[in-house]
Design a protein around this ligand. Sequence first.
Ligand SMILES: Nc1ncnc2c1ncn2[C@@H]1O[C@H](COP(=O)(O)OP(=O)(O)OP(=O)(O)O)[C@@H](O)[C@H]1O
Length: 268
Amino acid sequence: MNQAADAQIEDPLIRVRGLENSFGSHVVHEDLDLDLRQGEILGVVGGSGSGKSVLMRSIIGLLRPKAGAITVFGKDLQRLTAQDRSRVERRFGVLFQRGALFTSLTIAENVALPLIEHAGLARDDAEMLAQVKLALAGLPAQAAANYPAELSGGMVKRAALARALALDPEVLFLDEPTAGLDPIGAEAFDRLLLTLRDALGLSVFLVTHDLDTLYATCDRVAVLARRKVLASGRLDVVATLDDDWIRDYFQGPRGRAARHISHTTEES
Ligand SMILES: Nc1ncnc2c1ncn2[C@@H]1O[C@H](COP(=O)(O)OP(=O)(O)OP(=O)(O)O)[C@@H](O)[C@H]1O
């Protein structure tokens, strides 16, 4: 596990304070606070519809919150000019829930696209660099020429991860990266995530329902419930808090099984 979990870090990389989001009369977030620290993998959990994706979209700039402050790399996002904001956003890599690759482009072309559009690389250079990113995400070289529909779910996730890594981000946002993967594929993805975090010094905002992923990868966890972050901290601490939702989630049969597996793995 990463040392960030225990470190007393004054300035988090991302600081969200008093966030409010609503759609019509439906209030999703109210007075929500959250920190993402340098070098950590933060697991963001909560029931379906609790606002995990809306939170992620607010931070990466796809959704303008109704109120609150989001500070990224020490800069208040709302106060930045469009140009400065896009500079900040270029330091983010994002993997959306369903991969969101362009189906009419090959895997290499998908990964090359941000390099051409945002880094201004020539097509040949971008496609060469795309091969490096695909290798980093653990894809075999021959997958580069395939279209997304020709790959397995696990390979599509890796391709989407390669695209998220294209611009050498400092923060990685992952929305349900192991959803739909079989347990072996999900475990391989977890290991890849840890390796990449350590090798590239990434900080990771990880939305997940997957308890195994949570126990295998996260330094800290933030629980979204009742429109805010109900609790955040080390998983072993949060999992034992006295709250009905937390108890049901972490100490139900699936939570207990995931914790048992993680302890067994740590001991062996
Ligand atoms: N563009 C939108 N317009 C209206 N309502 C929206 C919009 N986006 C999200 N919502 C609503 O906001 C709430 C939170 O959605 P969100 O997708 O963040 O949930 P989630 O916690 O990520 O859920 P899941 O785990 O099922 O993916 C939901 O009730 C959803 O219907």
